[in-house]
Design a protein around this ligand. Structure first.
Ligand SMILES: *[C@@H]1O[C@H](CO)[C@@H](O)[C@H](O)[C@H]1NC(C)=O
Ligand SMILES: [Zn+2]
Length: 496
């Protein structure tokens, strides 16, 4: 254990803490007698159905936040449950938002301060959805821990808490001050958190130097650091015609159908080969540099695996670099659904009177959601006008989340790379996330702090899907990243 103090770090002290922490998680904690507690904590957390999208589960979510505070309080951190107000429901009623847990370990002005962000709410899950095990009963099958929220994001949050706990158990001084911000609304858009961050910018966040987010996964079996996420602009396009639904046998052929109009304009958004047709969108995208191209070349990624995983035999691009680039650093249009369309089984011969298409455009640097909103709205009205339809088109943008991108040359990333190297004995892939973690951008814009994403999760953990899991040893080759979890299998522990 004392070894930790003897490590010689090449980087400056302020970043060496990360390496210490990771080294710590990887080895020393094996001998810590509290490891059974670690597994039990994850089991207790997963047992709570903290589904932030289901209002009926709100009491569970409140209980979840209280449990997080209960976990942190005995550790002596300055723990607070921050009231972030209420959420307005579509029916006009309001419901209390889950409180945000903040905690602080150490306030030595001579040390740097890192802030770990995580969330403990989850996506919905039911056994009937096709889970092999009860999603709220953490189950160990051959080294994989199955349970909703195991990988996203309960185990990673606990891993960081246990790192601090382990320092304490060994009576060692933390090399930095550590803060936590743990929320319960991430899966539905972090309602209330932006305002809380803004409100505490000059208090809780004022002395934070770096923010760590472990809310994503690796790309392959090789460890990864994430340096970018795409944003998302989500649109509704509504076409309204007759005052009520009509019978196609009676009225078909006489009316100009809203659905036909809608399908027509939707088809002008993106070409079959994936080219976005809305003027101005592609032009805004930062060009792919040679260095970036080279970086993508080196990333471990198996196209066939990827195809198998999603069950397709052809992808939009057949080479790795193009595919990764379009997964991470180019925008795309996805059409999600049409409200008001007939989608039940059967053969109803209806002409829907009003239909609302839902589609979104993933955002990348240097796109600007405000501009994208105008580009999309103007374009759709233009193509709609060409149809000379008497129906009414209304386009609205309901989400406008910006992308986030970090500088991989920043000393924080250098420290992260060194930490991964030390733990796994392999250099991490530097990857991006095709999805959106809006809070990263908020942290960056509001607090102006540097952010690093250090994924603690496998590439096949099934986030948001059935049978979500986190590997006990993240990779067969003997990943030691989550030793704090792994060692619950030690001789002291009664599991299964
Ligand atoms: C969880 O699963 C185990 C193994 O199937 C079972 O023995 C246990 O009773 C379950 N616990 C709960 C709370 O359902
Ligand atoms: Zn998450």
């Amino acid at each position: 254990m004392l070894q930790i103090k003897q490590y010689k770090f090449k980087l400056s002290f302020k970043f060496s803490f990360l390496m210490q922490l990771f080294k710590f998680i990887s080895n020393e904690v094996c001998v810590c007698p509290c490891v059974c507690v670690c597994f039990q904590a994850l089991r207790d957390w997963v047992a709570i159905e903290s589904d932030s999208s289901n209002m009926l589960k709100r009491p569970d979510l409140h209980r979840m936040m209280e449990m997080v505070a209960q976990k942190l309080r005995p550790m002596g951190g300055n723990v607070e449950l921050v009231d972030i107000g209420e959420q307005e429901l579509p029916n006009g009623q309001t419901i209390a938002l889950p409180k945000v847990v903040t905690a602080q370990f150490g306030n030595d002005p001579n040390k740097h301060t890192v802030c770990v962000y995580g969330h403990v709410d989850v996506q919905p899950a039911k056994l009937e959805d096709g889970w092999a095990t009860d999603p709220y009963n953490l189950t160990d099958i051959k080294g994989n821990l199955y349970g909703r929220g195991a990988s996203d994001n309960k185990a990673p949050v606990l891993a960081w808490i246990h790192a601090v706990e382990a320092y304490q158990a060994l009576n060692m001084e933390l090399p930095v001050n550590v803060k936590f911000v743990i929320e319960g609304m991430e899966e539905t858009g972090s309602n209330g958190l932006d305002a809380m961050i803004l409100a505490q910018r000059d208090t809780f966040f004022s002395d934070v130097d770096y923010i760590i987010i472990s809310d994503c996964g690796w790309l392959s079996r090789r460890p990864a650091l994430t340096y970018g996420t795409r944003g998302n602009c989500y649109f509704y396009a509504e076409v309204e015609g007759p005052k009520q639904d009509l019978h196609s046998g009676v009225y078909g052929g006489t009316v100009i159908e809203p659905m036909t109009d809608l399908i027509g304009i939707l088809d002008t958004l993106i070409s079959p080969s994936g080219k976005i047709l809305i003027p101005g969108i592609r032009e805004a995208v930062a060009p792919l540099s040679d260095e970036e191209w080279k970086m993508y070349q080196d990333i471990q990624f198996d196209l066939d695996n990827y195809k198998n995983k999603i069950g397709v035999n052809q992808l939009m691009y057949s080479n790795k670099v193009d595919l990764l680039a379009h997964m991470w650093r180019y925008p795309t249009v996805s059409i999600h659904g049409i409200e008001g369309a007939f989608s039940d089984p059967g053969t109803k011969t209806v002409i829907p009177a009003k239909v609302i298409a839902k589609f979104s455009i993933r955002q990348v640097p240097n796109m600007d959601p405000a501009l994208v909103k105008k580009q999309v709205t103007d374009y759709l009205h233009l193509v709609f006008a060409k149809r000379k339809s008497p129906n009414k088109l209304k386009v609205t943008m309901v989400i406008g989340a910006k992308p986030w991108l970090a500088d991989t040359q920043h000393p924080l990333y250098e420290a992260g790379k060194a930490a991964v190297k030390r733990v796994f004995d392999v250099d991490p892939d530097l990857i991006r996330e095709g999805g959106t973690i809006p809070i990263a951008r908020t942290f960056q814009d509001v607090t102006r702090k540097s952010i690093i994403m250090m994924p603690i999760g496998g590439f096949d953990d099934g986030l948001h899907s059935q049978n979500e899991k986190i590997m006990l040893s993240l990779v067969a080759a003997g990943t030691r990243f989550l030793q704090a979890l792994k060692t619950f299998k030690g001789p002291n522990c009664k599991t299964s």
